[in-house]
Design a protein. Structure first.
Length: 112
């Protein structure tokens, strides 16, 4: 997990193949424990739309649902359905400013 300026703040040991939603939930839970309850969190992720729906459907992090803002990273958003682009495109919500959500990919590419 990276902050807005692409500085790593949390890491997860991924022991299964692929990016599973429970890694996102675990990282969010770790982050929330360090933040005041009145703060808002914005998260750009390749499947931010699906994570948002899962959190609502399964009532994960109920105390934070109203303070979580989701978006889909700029590289992946154009591969999503039009309705998803309308709700989750980072350029359609001023909370993201010029963040593109691709910092994690850049971070990992620098490690290799």
């Amino acid at each position: 997990m990276l902050c807005q300026h692409d500085i790593p703040i949390f890491l997860a040991n991924m022991w299964t193949a692929g990016e599973k939603q429970f890694y996102v939930f675990a990282l969010l839970d770790a982050l929330i424990k360090h933040l005041p309850p009145r703060w808002r969190i914005g998260a750009l992720y390749d499947i931010g739309c699906q994570i948002d729906q899962s959190l609502k459907k399964w009532d994960f992090l109920p105390g934070w649902l109203g303070r979580l803002e989701w978006g889909v990273s700029i590289f992946h958003v154009y591969g999503h359905q039009w309705t998803c682009q309308l709700w989750y495109h980072p350029r359609k919500n001023e909370i993201w400013d010029l963040s593109d959500g691709e910092g994690c990919e850049w971070f990992w590419s620098e490690l290799w």
